[in-house]
Design a protein around this ligand. Structure first.
Ligand SMILES: *Cc1c(COP(=O)(O)O)cnc(C)c1O
Length: 368
């Protein structure tokens, strides 16, 4: 947080706009629309809430099927369960680590052969790397599916020059504390459809009918962003591009320093992709590293009080989704087995980065 954020929060206090709604909410929505080029945005309490509302707006019903990238954070998939729908998980492809368009089509055709039809697909730009949206959109259009684009980790990334967050019929963002920019907690729903975004605002404020008293004809939710959080968000938007530069700088430093280690590789940036490099992710292949595993490195860093983490555990491997259908060929399992997120904060100094690099190299040489 910096002075830009503080100035705007002070303004919220000075004008006594603390409640949900207020000028900063409108302003933050405009900032998001301008940055992504999407016509309408609704600022909400979380990214998970945004996905939940997207599924309601697109008409997902109890008993429906919703296709979802398996290699993701549970926030992508939990709203499917809120709806009483069944998630159908789709594997990743090895270039972007995101949804494999061929596996998606296989899932759709197999569901069809069982007389089941999915209405919605949720691709994710994991770790800020754009998914193969051209191919995914082509498959979705051919099978009459809506796309809910989970861009929670990808604000500041682009695909063929077009911002992540602008590819879905509905797109969602997250401003949780760990994301590239934050409002402490928050999210947004974006769409070019005026009626859908208006519907999201209506549902997120308890679905109150137009009447002087409190009247409700639909179940509502308390999912709106507050004016104070939006004030922080407006300040954060002014530093978003600096944050992306810092994260990309972390990645470049690690890549330059560690690419020579045997069996050590980085999440590639495929042609046409510009990633915000939210987190720097690596794979350690024990068959080529002389037996060093991601756990060797994670534990060696941990012993030096340096936190690193395995990649997201795929949803089809989660106890909670054990019964859900899954279409894949082992890519996301392999990524989970061999993958590690390195320290990636926007405020890491070169000394910090050097320290991490040194400990990883030491872990390798101690293993010999
Ligand atoms: C963080 C995240 C979400 C959920 O966002 P919240 O604001 O934390 O609810 C959804 N999907 C992905 C991929 C995320 O990383």
């Amino acid at each position: 947080m910096g002075s830009e954020e503080f100035e705007r929060v002070r303004e919220a206090f000075d004008t006594n706009w603390i409640a949900p709604l207020g000028p900063h909410v409108d302003g933050f929505e405009r900032d998001l629309q301008e940055y992504t080029g999407v016509a309408h945005a609704a600022a909400l309490s979380s990214g998970t809430a945004a996905i939940h509302l997207a599924l309601i707006i697109l008409g997902v019903q109890r008993g429906d099927y919703v296709l979802c990238q398996s290699f993701t954070f549970s926030g992508s998939a939990n709203p499917i369960a809120y709806m009483g729908a069944t998630p159908v998980f789709v594997d990743s492809e090895p270039d972007s680590w995101n949804m494999c368009p061929a596996a998606l089509e296989r899932a759709i055709l197999d569901l069809k052969s069982q007389g089941k039809r999915a209405k919605v697909v949720i691709p994710v730009h994991l770790y800020g790397m754009p998914a193969r949206m051209t191919a995914i959109t082509e498959v979705a259009r051919r099978h009459d599916l809506y796309i809910v684009e989970d861009a929670a980790e990808a604000l500041g990334s682009t695909l063929d020059g077009k911002p992540c967050g602008s590819f879905g019929d509905i797109s969602i963002l997250s401003f949780n504390g760990n994301k590239i920019i934050t409002t402490s907690g928050g999210g947004a729903l974006l769409s070019n459809r005026t009626d859908w975004v208006q519907h999201a605002r209506f549902l997120s404020t308890q679905a109150r009918d137009a009447a002087p008293h409190y009247q409700h004809s639909q179940i509502g939710y308390n999912y709106r962003m507050s004016n104070v959080c939006a004030a922080i968000g407006r300040g954060q938007m002014t530093v978003l591009n600096d944050r992306v530069e810092a994260r990309r700088g972390n990645h470049a430093f690690y890549e330059q320093s560690l690419s020579d280690l045997p069996g050590f590789s980085f999440l590639p940036e495929p042609d046409g992709c510009f990633s915000n490099r939210w987190l720097t992710c690596v794979l350690i292949d024990p068959e080529r590293s002389g037996g060093v595993t991601r756990e060797t490195v994670r534990l060696a860093l941990d012993a030096q009080n340096i936190e690193s983490r395995p990649l997201w555990k795929p949803m089809h491997m989660q106890p909670i989704f054990a019964d859900a259908p899954y279409y894949g060929n082992g890519t996301s399992e392999r990524l989970f087995m061999n993958g590690l997120c390195l320290p990636s904060g926007s405020n890491l100094s070169e000394t910090d980065l050097q320290r991490v690099v040194k400990q990883i190299k030491t872990a390798y040489s101690n293993h010999d």
